[in-house]
Design a protein around this ligand. Structure first.
Ligand SMILES: [Zn+2]
Length: 313
């Protein structure tokens, strides 16, 4: 019999064959766990889509970016240095809005083009309006730093409540709060000593009532009835009223909107015998790197120029 010989060989074969059986089992076990984890991770990625915040124009855009810091890039619809009144959404804008996790606008009165899209596409739950209830006929609430601060605080709270933990950035937010308070302080010091007869102006469209109220200035009237691009030129009667007000209310300056047609304002200033209009922009931020590229810089630049114009006789 060759049992002994084959017996030894059988034992080795046994160990070897068990090894071949065991190895794939162990391997399979770890591979199964590996792919299960991978699968779960992919599933997780599928169930939590990336956070996409879309802001209406440059000012809410800056505040959103401040609220989230470097953690994500906020999309802006109305480009820098562009008119927000009468803005029309492009196909690309609509696509951005469609994919947005959150949509930030100033107020439905100011951005009716955004309010209409939100309503038509049933995105009310994703929209955050910084100034939801129309507080006055003038929706340019951000021209008052105290109101801007309230809106920034409300935005920060809304984002902290809606975004996953760690996305909101308390550091950049706190810096912006301090900056807004500093701007307010500087502007109060700038306009505070202005003589009573140097505080009145006429604006091209109704956009500075908040600013004027905060710093004790007066808006005698506006050339246009609204900020809409379709706003009609004033009637002959309104034009003559404006002339009268310039004379009787000690209007020092006519403020026009930078980038807008100011032919009528020029004629009015000339007819009334006051200096040429001053073009300011409280409506958008400048391209990055230029003066006015942040809310604070825009406010300081406008205030400085307006103050100089009010002081000129
Ligand atoms: Zn405006």
């Amino acid at each position: 019999m060759q049992i002994s010989g084959t017996g030894t060989f059988n034992y080795c074969n046994y160990v070897a064959s068990r090894g071949f059986i065991l190895l794939p089992i162990v391997l399979r076990f770890f591979l199964t766990i590996f792919f299960a984890i991978l699968g779960l991770a992919q599933l997780g990625a599928q169930t939590t889509p990336p956070i996409r915040i879309v802001a209406s124009f440059t000012i809410p855009h800056e505040w959103c970016q401040v609220a989230v810091g470097q953690s994500l890039n906020v999309t802006c619809l109305v480009p820098e240095k562009s008119e927000l009144h009468g803005f029309q959404l492009s196909a690309k804008d609509a696509q951005s809005l469609d994919r947005a996790s959150l949509i930030i606008g100033m107020s439905p009165d100011l951005e009716p083009w955004l309010a209409a899209w939100v309503k038509a596409n049933h995105r009310e739950a994703k929209a955050i309006w910084l100034s939801p209830a129309s507080p006055s006929a003038d929706p340019h609430r951000w021209t008052d730093p105290q109101e801007a601060l309230k809106m920034l605080e409300a935005l920060h709270l809304a984002l902290v409540g809606r975004l996953p933990p760690g996305v909101a950035s308390p550091q950049t937010y706190e810096r912006q709060v301090a900056e807004m308070k500093a701007v307010d302080q500087e502007l109060r010091q700038l306009f505070g000593p202005l003589p009573e007869d140097a505080r009145t102006m006429i604006t091209q469209h109704p956009n500075l009532s908040w600013f004027a109220k905060r710093y004790g200035l007066r808006i005698a009237d506006t050339i246009l009835a609204s900020g809409s691009a379709e706003a009609a030129d004033p009637s002959a009667r309104h034009y003559s009223n404006l002339l009268t007000q310039i004379r009787t209310q000690q209007v020092r300056v006519i403020i026009t909107d930078e980038g807008q047609n100011e032919a009528l304002a020029r004629r009015l200033a000339k007819d009334a015998g006051i200096p040429a209009p001053l073009a300011l922009s409280f409506e958008y931020l400048e391209p990055r790197g230029q003066e006015g590229d942040t809310w604070a810089s825009m406010m300081r630049r406008n205030a400085r120029r307006l103050h100089a114009a009010l002081m000129t006789r």
